[in-house]
Ligand binder design. Structure first.
Ligand SMILES: *Cc1c(COP(=O)(O)O)cnc(C)c1O
Length: 341
């Protein structure tokens, strides 16, 4: 299953789903009903899974848009049963179990009761799902325990067929080969990143995954400031020498986190230039003293390659105290996007 929630981690749910669908992907995962509706209306023909439940008033979309709910409360099972009777049709339902994440899901110890309730409601679950809390850590022993709890949930449909079982995200796919089950649900690795922040160059092909997203800006003003000048709000950086500064039209409202102030670097003419002073809402400043010829209009790479240099989302995550996932969502979902292929 391709996880395309949150606008495909900033890459565009509809464009990503279209490319994946054209290449044979049949299962798509989103967080909210509205995302599933939008994806269906954009022409996605695969099975679309809704992971975060639904407002009771929105239940008809499950039927009109052929969406598959991953259910985690008895109340939602009851609502689905009522709607199925009212409409005279059934839909596929998956059940979510909480096997150690302390997030969404029925308790595995309640499984027998949940299946009994399904039966009395004439709901036939197609599969069960859970989620790993620590699968991004190759050395954590948590995943083995969580996996054991999950695979012990035992149920067969009336025909004796076992349920579809799915617990793996990208970390599970890459680092928990014994837990793959019937279906894996991958997000971050689709977009070219390893969940543990590694480059994956130790992988079989020595290449690793390749990030899909680049984020570009440009220089809109160049100036020379005297030694002793303070830069940006609060003067958190004071130039200790004469300095050539470039102003870039990107700031925290564009998803370029303020917490990276005085820490991040960008690429200009294939070289790294350090950010100086605080990142503003729509602008920031970089030191281009060392970059010969840098001028207004130059391309600036915030994320991605330029020549032989590159900056990836894990590095931006280190500068801002977060992870690649959040960097991709923030930059992708707050800026104009162009799709190269
Ligand atoms: C987002 C999500 C995934 C994908 O996680 P990645 O670490 O990005 O691969 C899998 N399952 C569920 C339920 C999710 O919400």
């Amino acid at each position: 299953m391709a996880m395309v929630k949150s606008d495909a981690y900033g890459h565009s749910m509809i464009r990503v789903a279209r490319v994946l669908g054209d290449n044979g992907c049949e299962l798509f995962g989103v967080a909210e009903m509205a995302e599933g509706v939008a994806l269906r209306e954009a022409g996605c023909e695969g099975e679309i899974f809704i992971f975060l439940g639904f407002d009771p008033g929105d239940i008809d979309y499950l039927f009109t848009h052929d969406l598959t709910p991953v259910v985690f409360t008895i109340e939602d099972l009851e609502r689905i049963a009522v709607a199925q009777r009212r409409r005279g049709v059934t839909i596929d339902v998956y059940l979510k179990f909480d096997c150690g994440m302390s997030r969404l899901g029925f308790s595995p110890s309640a499984a027998a009761g949940v299946f009994a309730r399904c039966k009395s409601l004439a709901i036939e679950p197609v599969g069960i799902m859970s989620h790993f809390p620590c699968s991004d850590n190759r050395r954590s022993t948590s995943s083995t325990q969580v996996s054991e709890v999950f695979y012990q949930i035992d149920h067969h449909d009336p025909a004796g067929r076992p349920l579809v079982k799915s617990i793996c995200n990208s970390g599970g796919l890459l680092y928990q080969p014994a837990s793959h089950g019937d279906m894996v649900r991958i997000g971050i690795s689709l977009y070219g990143y390893y969940p543990d922040g590694s480059t994956g160059r130790e992988s079989d092909d020595g290449q690793g995954l390749r990030p899909a997203m680049r984020c570009l800006s440009r220089i809109i003003q160049v100036k020379t400031i005297a030694a002793g000048s303070g830069i940006s709000y609060g003067h958190t950086y004071i130039a200790n020498r004469e300095m050539r500064l470039a102003v870039l039209p990107i700031g925290y409202s564009d998803g370029y986190f303020r917490s990276m102030s005085n820490r991040a670097e960008v690429l200009i003419r294939g070289q790294r230039a350090p950010l100086r002073g605080r990142i503003c809402m729509n602008m920031c400043m970089v030191d281009i003293s060392a970059i010969e010829g840098a001028e207004v209009g130059d391309e600036v790479v915030l994320l991605g390659r330029q020549g032989s240099a590159s900056i990836d989302a894990d590095e931006l995550g280190e500068w801002s105290g977060t992870i690649s996932y959040e960097v991709l969502c923030a930059l992708g979902n707050n800026n104009h996007r162009e799709f190269l292929r």
